[in-house]
Design a protein around this ligand. Structure first.
Ligand code: GAL
Length: 840
């Protein structure tokens, strides 16, 4: 082959790296059209050809991304409560006018969508560019052939959720970030750098880098690639000192082709990424032609080892680690599906404080920032691809595009996230109805391996035979969802064929509860014994109620303790989410109505006359939709942070109507024993027995006053908690999660508002209407009480508190300085305020 050295572009040669990746989120125009049968608000018909440059979009709404067009509501009983009673079905159009300067002449121009819900079709200057149906996949489109240099360009994106179904609230619109990427004609492919660490020893690690370079030049070229390794500090900043460097690799690249460069770089004394110290490195890969840089990409990675043993558990860096994980859907409560980094970080902070160490991104690929946060904060991840394969769970779910798109979607998911040390497993599916088809699973497993063969492939299975009928052998790690009562572990381990296969609980518990609600008598077990009664669409917080397939946390732990070979669990779910308000959900799941479904519930409640159930969000969360801790938080904390001295009493102690009635008291503690006192009188000491995880005093006769528990560990006083009957509500408190905020248009402050008595005690059942206002350059983004039945808009500046609490999410006006104050008022209560400083 003749290799010709050419100068790609003089302009490019002068620069250190010609690659520019810039946010493309600002200043979009938006309009939406709804399908009459799905939407109660408008029946506007979609005009034709909105992609054409001649279309006047002046009257369209101007907004910045990420944007979820449905979160503004309103809630409507005419919509499905399985998907949140929100108007997410419809057609949405986004357009953006932009210019590409003469300086970018000769470059390649790409647009990267982190995710767009759903069925995205994209045009530039009226010309069709491409499409991507699955709303959760990050994808790139090449704009180069359609871009006009030096003049206005118009990009148009059509999204269609009318032809999409979901078992939860999917959101709608360009709900994640969008990027414009400009490169030279010789550059690293999208997600084309792959870092692995095949050798990790104390004094030396090997970083293996694969860099896929693509040439858009129709002449052969001599191309060189080199890589430099740096250490990051805990904030993610690059430390200046070079840690290691590769030699320069040179290859002859044929015209308009790709080539993969591979090299190993020894790194001295590698510092390991782990859960407590998530140490990260960065490799900068530089592409050169004739000594001129044509591309440079920085990729974060970490050194860590994973070992999924068949019978001895899971090991991270050679240490047995129990997976104490949660599943989460992608919505961020009152913010909807519109991704916000601070909101996700706040969720992870709450989870970390509970002792959670892993996230399963049920049941779809996550926003890239979530994976970055997990790297940085020390969480492990099971990144999941699909909720269905070829056989759907709903008419128009992924089954519609599975055959045409699953390979693209899977590859895109793995390529994007394969360098992150937090990702420990790939899940190819959740409870897919194709569980009888191991060949399909094998094929998906194969596809994952073409992009990454360093991590096991798993799938969350619910079919009673999936662990024994051969399906399990299509996976590298088996995943069982629920069904502890069927003793799946025993069956799985008993099978000789499974001797080399490990297992984890990919989904567990599904206990349901509403924060601050307690109903009597307290009955362990099936949810349907725990329906509180006429017109109350809440569920007890004694943490004893669960649907037929599920269990309490305690029952799950009994099994995990009996079978320590199981790697651990992912609890359903960390946070309440929009949609799927089991047991008050719509009867649309296709499941047998005599098992569940709200019609049955309505019968039980003897309120068949009631047509609609108000619930629009789930009860599964350990935290409610606002992110407030339910009692269960403390149950998980007691097990997941055994070294933390803690004790937690439930229920609240305001029961004027229960004077003289038996009112059971449960205590969650990391101690092993505790003594409970009512108004100073001991109600006895209790000790946790084998497979007991909470302490219960079932015969407590209610009298107002003070409940106090003193917990012990190994006979030594360990922790205490007090619950007091409160006085009447007299004041509000407002506590911000942080004292200062950046005025960058994305940073958020989460303020917890409480209704308190004169002694600052939370008044449990209070539900006063709260009014929020701002003084200074701040704005209210959303409010939420965590009540799954509330139909007040998330954007409303007034909200009824739910069991004494409410959340207000605020931001600084973009570019503002100094500070602003958030005020909360309510009739008859002393006003509260929180001052927020604005920082750079
Ligand atoms: C599981 C399913 C989850 C959720 C959960 C509720 O079977 O995988 O998506 O529906 O049940 O308990």
């Amino acid at each position: 082959m003749i290799v010709i050295s050419i100068c790609i572009s003089n302009a490019l040669m002068a620069q250190e790296s010609p690659r520019v990746r810039e946010s493309f989120d600002l200043g979009w125009k938006f309009v939406k059209f709804f399908n009459a049968s799905n939407e109660a608000v408008t029946t506007d018909k979609e005009p034709e050809n909105l992609q054409l440059p001649s279309v006047n979009d002046n009257t369209w709404r101007t907004l910045d991304l990420p944007h979820d067009w449905a979160i503004e509501g309103p809630f409507s009983d005419a919509l499905e409560n399985n998907t949140g009673l929100l108007p997410w079905k419809g057609i949405g159009w986004y357009r953006k006018h932009f210019t590409i300067s003469e300086n970018d002449k000769g470059k390649r121009i790409y647009i990267d969508f982190d995710g767009a819900m759903a069925n995205a079709k994209v045009w530039l200057n009226g010309k069709y560019v491409g499409e991507w149906p699955y709303g959760y996949t990050s994808f790139r489109l090449d704009l180069t052939p359609y871009v006009i240099i030096g003049k206005e360009n118009i990009i148009a994106v059509r999204l269609d959720t009318k032809n999409w179904d979901s078992r939860w609230y999917p959101g709608a619109g360009i709900y994640r970030n969008v990027w414009l990427v400009k490169t030279s004609q010789l550059h690293i492919s999208q997600n084309g750098v792959f870092c692995t660490t095949p050798e990790i020893k104390k004094e030396r690690g090997i970083l293996s880098v694969e860099a896929e370079v693509e040439s858009h030049i129709d002449l052969p070229l001599s191309v060189s690639v080199k890589a430099s390794v740096y250490k990051l500090d805990s904030k993610g900043n690059t430390l200046p000192q070079l840690v290691a460097e590769s030699s320069v690799l040179t290859a002859s690249m044929p015209a308009s082709k790709t080539h993969i460069f591979r090299f190993d770089i020894p790194v001295k004394d590698p510092v390991l990424w782990d859960l407590d110290n998530p140490e990260m490195y960065k490799v900068a890969v530089t592409v050169l032609n004739e000594n001129s840089v044509t591309d440079r990409i920085e990729t974060n990675f970490g050194f860590r080892t994973l070992n999924f043993t068949p019978r001895d558990g899971f090991f991270l860096n050679g240490k047995r680690v129990q997976i104490n994980g949660v599943c989460n859907h992608h919505d961020l409560g009152a913010l909807g599906a519109a991704f916000n980094t601070r909101a996700a970080e706040r969720q992870l902070e709450i989870l970390k404080s509970m002792g959670c160490n892993a996230i399963r991104t049920s049941h779809n690929p996550p926003a890239p920032e979530l994976v970055e946060l997990c790297d940085k904060m020390g969480f492990m991840m099971e990144v999941e691809a699909f909720d269905t394969w070829r056989i759907g769970k709903k008419t128009q779910d992924y089954n519609l595009v599975f055959d045409a798109w699953h390979e693209e979607d899977l590859k895109a998911m793995v390529r994007r996230d394969r360098n992150h040390p937090s990702v420990i497993m790939w899940s190819i599916g959740n409870e897919v109805p194709d569980q009888q088809n191991p060949y399909l699973a094998l094929d998906l497993n194969r596809i994952v391996k073409t992009e990454d063969n360093t991590r096991p492939v798993t799938s969350g299975c619910d079919h009673p035979n999936s662990g024994t009928d051969g399906f399990q052998k299509s996976l590298d790690v088996f995943g069982i969802n629920y069904h502890v009562y069927r003793n799946e572990y025993e069956k799985f381990f008993a099978l000789k064929d499974n001797a080399n296969l490990g297992i984890h609980s990919s989904e567990s518990a599904s206990t349901v509860s509403s924060r601050g609600e307690y109903f009597f008598p307290v009955k362990l077990g099936n949810l349907y014994n725990n329906i509180p009664g006429k017109g109350i669409f809440q569920i007890t917080s004694y943490d004893v109620a669960y649907p037929l397939w599920a269990s309490t946390a305690d029952q799950q732990w009994t099994m995990l303790d009996k079978y320590p070979a199981v790697y651990g669990e992912f609890v359903w779910t960390g946070f309440d989410y929009l949609g799927e308000p089991t047991p008050y959900d719509g009867d649309t799941t296709g499941l047998k109505p005599n098992q569940w479904g709200y019609k049955e519930i309505l019968k039980m409640l003897e309120i068949e006359g009631v047509k609609e159930v108000p619930s629009r969000s789930s009860y599964f969360g350990i935290m409610d939709l606002a992110g407030f801790k339910k009692d269960r938080y403390f149950l998980y904390q007691s097990r997941w942070r055994p070294e933390l001295p803690m004790a937690h009493i439930l229920p609240h102690w305001n029961w004027p109507e229960r004077k003289g009635l038996v009112t059971p008291v449960h205590v969650y503690t990391s101690g092993d024993e505790a003594e409970l006192f009512l108004n100073g009188k001991s109600l006895g000491k209790k000790k946790k027995g084998e497979f007991e995880y909470r302490l219960k005093w079932d015969d407590v006769v209610y009298q107002p006053g003070e409940l106090k528990v003193i917990a012990y560990k190994n006979g030594v006083k360990w922790a205490e908690d007090v619950m007091r009957t409160t006085d009447k509500a007299s004041q509000l408190s407002a506590t911000a999660d942080r004292a200062s905020v950046r005025a960058d248009g994305t940073d958020l402050i989460f303020i917890t508002v409480r209704i308190e008595d004169k002694n600052k005690l939370l008044v449990p059942k209070s539900s006063n209407q709260l009014n929020f206002s701002i003084e200074g350059p701040g704005k209210i983004i959303a409010t939420d009480s965590g009540d799954a039945t509330s139909h007040e808009l998330f954007q409303a500046k007034t909200k009824k508190a739910y069991n004494g609490m409410c959340l207000v999410i605020v931001a600084a006006e973009k570019g503002a300085t100094r500070s602003f104050t958030v005020k909360v008022e309510s009739k008859g209560l002393k006003t509260a305020a929180a001052k927020i400083d604005i920082v750079e």
